[in-house]
Ligand binder design. Structure first.
Ligand code: HEC
Length: 326
C-alpha cells in the first residue's frame, strides 16, 4: 500500500494517543520482539539432578525457579532457545563481549559483570545479587560464562545464597550438578562464605549495570587467544588446511595472531599488570606460537611436526593456568 502523507498523519496520531494513555501506574512494556516471543520450552527446574542442553546452549542448570546457569549463547539458535525459555535478562560473568544485538532482537536485556576463576570480589557479589533480584521481577534470568560450569555456577550459587533463596549448602550442591571443578577453590569459598543480606542492603547497591563492560587486558587477550587456539585445532583436524566449515581461516595467519597476542601481553605497559614471574611463561608461550608460524613458511610443512608444535602450545596454556588461574 502506498505510504501517503495522509496515512503518515494517521499513524502519528495513533502513536500519540498510545503514548498519551500510558501512565506511571501502568508502565508500557517493551515492544514484543519480532522472533519467537512466547515461552514454549519448559525451564530447567532446581530439582533436576542433571544439566540440560538446548540448541546453541550447554550445561543448563537451575539454581532457583527461573534462575538458570549455562554456557555462552552461540549465534541465533542459542538466542532463539533463550527466547523460547522465556528468558528476559542475560547476565554474563565471562570476559568475552556479549552479543547484545542478538539478545535485543528478542527483547532480552544483557548485563555484563565479568568475574575471574579465582573468586568473586565482594563488590561484584553485591552487584550480581542486585542485578539478579531486580531481573527476576521481569522474568527468568540466564547467567552464563564460557562453558557454564565454573564461573556462572559460582555466581548463581553466591547470588541465591545472598538473596536468601537457598542455603549455601543447597547452592554448593547445585554447583556439583553444573560440574564446577573442585580445583577452583576461590569460587567455592565465596559461596561457602556467602550469607543472606537484607533487601535494604541490596537496595543500596547502584543498579546502573552495563550491557558491555571493558574487560582487563589479560582477560580480553585470553578470549582472543582461546579463539585463535580453537581455530588452530580446527585447522589441524582438517589436515593442516583451511577447514571447509570456516573458509576464511588461513593457517599461518592464525598462528601469527596467537604469537601477536602473546607479544601484546609482553609489551611493557601490559607486562606491569601481571605478576612479574608470569613473564617467562608468556615468553615460552610466545616462542611456541612463533615457531608454529614459521613452520607454515616451509614449502610442504610436515603435519606431524605441526601437530607436535600445537601440543607444546596446548601445554603452555595448561602450565600457566595451573599456576596463575586455577
Ligand atoms: C602466561 C600465562 C598464560 C598462558 C600462556 C595462557 N593463559 Fe589463558 N589465562 C591466564 C590467566 C592469568 C587467566 C585469568 C585472567 C583473569 O581472569 O583475570 C587466563 C584466562 C583464560 C581464559 C578465560 C578468559 C575469560 O573469559 O575470563 C581462557 C579461555 C584462556 N585463558 C585460554 C587460554 C588458551 C587457549 C591458552 C593457550 C593457547 C592460554 N590461555 C594461555 C594466563 C595464561
Amino acid at each position: 500500500m502506498p505510504h501517503t502523507p495522509h496515512r503518515t498523519a494517521l499513524l502519528l496520531a495513533a502513536l500519540a494517543s498510545l503514548s498519551a494513555c500510558s501512565s506511571p501506574s501502568s508502565p508500557r512494556l517493551p515492544q514484543p520482539p519480532p522472533v519467537k516471543a512466547t515461552a514454549s520450552l519448559p525451564l530447567p527446574s532446581p530439582t533436576h539432578s542433571t544439566p540440560t542442553d538446548l540448541p546453541g546452549l550447554h550445561n543448563l542448570v537451575a539454581f532457583h525457579q527461573g534462575l538458570i546457569s549455562g554456557s555462552q549463547p552461540e549465534g541465533h539458535p542459542a538466542f532463539d532457545s533463550l527466547a523460547s525459555l522465556g528468558i528476559k535478562t542475560i547476565i554474563s560473568v565471562d570476559g568475552a563481549q556479549p552479543d547484545v544485538q542478538l539478545a535485543a532482537q528478542r527483547g532480552i536485556r544483557y548485563i555484563h559483570l565479568p568475574i575471574s576463576y579465582s573468586g568473586i570480589d565482594p563488590d561484584r557479589q553485591l552487584q550480581l545479587a542486585r542485578a539478579t533480584r531486580d531481573a527476576l521481577r521481569q522474568g527468568p534470568v540466564y547467567i552464563h560464562c564460557h562453558h557454564g560450569k565454573h564461573r556462572s555456577a559460582a555466581a548463581a550459587a553466591a547470588v541465591t545464597t545472598i538473596l536468601g533463596l537457598a542455603s549455601s549448602d543447597q547452592a554448593l550442591a547445585r554447583m556439583k550438578v553444573s560440574g564446577t571443578a573442585p580445583n577452583y577453590t576461590g569460587l567455592f569459598a565465596c559461596v561457602r562464605d556467602a550469607s543472606p543480606l537484607s533487601q535494604t542492603a541490596i537496595d543500596a547497591v547502584p543498579a546502573d549495570f552495563p550491557s558491555i563492560s571493558k574487560p582487563s587486558d589479560i582477560v580480553q587477550a585470553m578470549v582472543d587467544i582461546d579463539l585463535a587456539f580453537e581455530h588452530l585445532k580446527d585447522i589441524e583436524a582438517a589436515g593442516w588446511k583451511t577447514p571447509p566449515q570456516n573458509p576464511d581461516l588461513v593457517p599461518a595467519s592464525e598462528a601469527g595472531r596467537l604469537a601477536d597476542l602473546y607479544r601484546h601481553l609482553l609489551e611493557p605497559h601490559n607486562a606491569s599488570r601481571h605478576p612479574a614471574d608470569m613473564t617467562p611463561l608468556l615468553q615460552d608461550a610466545h616462542r611456541h606460537a612463533s615457531i608454529l608460524e614459521s613452520l607454515f613458511a616451509a614449502n610442504q610443512p610436515d603435519p606431524g611436526t605441526l601437530s607436535a608444535q600445537l601440543k607444546l602450545i596446548a601445554a603452555s596454556c595448561k602450565d600457566c593456568h595451573a599456576k596463575y588461574r586455577d
